[in-house]
Design a protein around this ligand. Structure first.
Ligand SMILES: [Zn+2]
Length: 166
């Protein structure tokens, strides 16, 4: 299952990547590029644009109209429709910035890429496997916020029966 997201859904692309899903996103892709990419690459097209959604559906492209206003709402909608797991498994997680897989790395490998205070406090680090990105991750103070957002999404999902026609 691979997703292609329109230019309005950059945040959602980052979430999908963290959850381990392939999510292609660039903020300046034209609608006709999105449509041909989705068709040729067998992507599921996620869009907040009703017209684009209608065109995609008309052309037989698997498309989903994202209506939620907040990230938890959007995640809950998608999880309901595509049976996504709303938990981050660091073994399968992807780099939110570029979408490549991340892998755990020895602490000494990242010493020069992160602030000294971070190096001192945290034990486990992950690095993006794309050499052009190579971003380093750790479960810092932002991690609580990530878990809260996923928790909120799960709550919405639990309270809403999923409609198979959407
Ligand atoms: Zn990356």
């Amino acid at each position: 299952m691979r997703f292609l997201l329109d230019g309005m859904l950059g945040k959602l692309a980052r979430w999908l990547r963290m959850l381990g899903y392939e999510a292609s996103y660039e903020n300046d892709r034209a609608d006709h590029d999105l449509l041909s990419m989705a068709k040729e690459g067998s992507f599921i097209l996620l869009t907040a644009d009703e017209e684009l959604y209608r065109t995609a559906t008309f052309r037989g492209i698997d498309s989903f109209l994202v209506l939620g206003k907040s990230e938890p709402e959007r995640l809950a909608e998608l999880a309901g429709r595509y049976k996504l797991r709303l938990d981050i498994d660091t073994a399968n997680s992807r780099c939110p910035k570029c979408g490549s897989p991340i892998k755990e790395t020895a602490k000494e490998n990242v010493e020069n890429s992160i602030p000294p205070a971070t190096f001192k406090v945290y034990k486990t680090f992950w690095v993006c496997t794309n050499p052009n990105c190579a971003k380093v991750y750790w479960q810092g103070s932002h991690w609580t916020k990530i878990e809260q957002t996923l928790g909120a999404a799960k709550k919405i999902l639990d309270h809403k029966p999923t409609n198979p026609n959407r």
